[in-house]
Write a protein that binds this ligand. Structure first.
Ligand SMILES: [Zn+2]
Length: 150
């Protein structure tokens, strides 16, 4: 599952529909403020993994943003992911939100994961991931995006 940034594949949509989370109350274990999510989608032709990788950044720290957390999210039911792994623990984990084990993580990553789970419960959030995922798959199918690993 090669992942590429949504803001490279569909820059206008990514700019207009960037997801953000505003933390206005203590309790999540992260500093108050606005956080933006950078989305990555799988660009393997014919792969229908129905997941997103999101990276959390503070919205106000300019051109050299510090990665705070990288969260994987699969919006389908666990059994949908069975074909990617024989290990039930792995395919069950593909549904829902988890920290990406191959990515660096910030010191408060677990708190951002909790924040993500809180926000992803919002159906508008999931709907946006699904729409962006469908856009990427359509761009690939129409040959309008050539995966950078070719
Ligand atoms: Zn995939």
């Amino acid at each position: 599952m090669p992942l590429e940034p949504f803001d490279l594949i569909c820059p206008e949509v990514a700019r207009d529909e960037q997801l953000s989370v505003v933390v206005t109350a203590q309790g999540f274990g992260v500093p108050l403020g606005r956080y933006v999510l950078r989305e990555f989608y799988c660009t393997e032709l014919g792969c229908d993994c129905r997941r997103v990788l999101t990276q959390f950044f503070r919205s106000d720290n300019g051109l050299q943003p510090e990665l705070l957390a990288a969260v994987n999210f699969g919006w389908e039911k666990p059994r949908y992911y069975r074909k990617w792994s024989r290990d039930p623990e792995l395919w069950r984990e593909m549904a829902g939100a988890t920290l990406e084990s191959f990515s660096p993580q910030g010191p408060d990553a677990e708190s951002f994961l909790a924040l993500f789970k809180n926000s992803a419960a919002n159906l508008a959030f999931v709907g946006r991931f699904q729409r962006h995922y469908a856009l990427v798959k359509a761009m690939l199918a129409q040959g309008k995006w050539l995966p950078s690993y070719y």
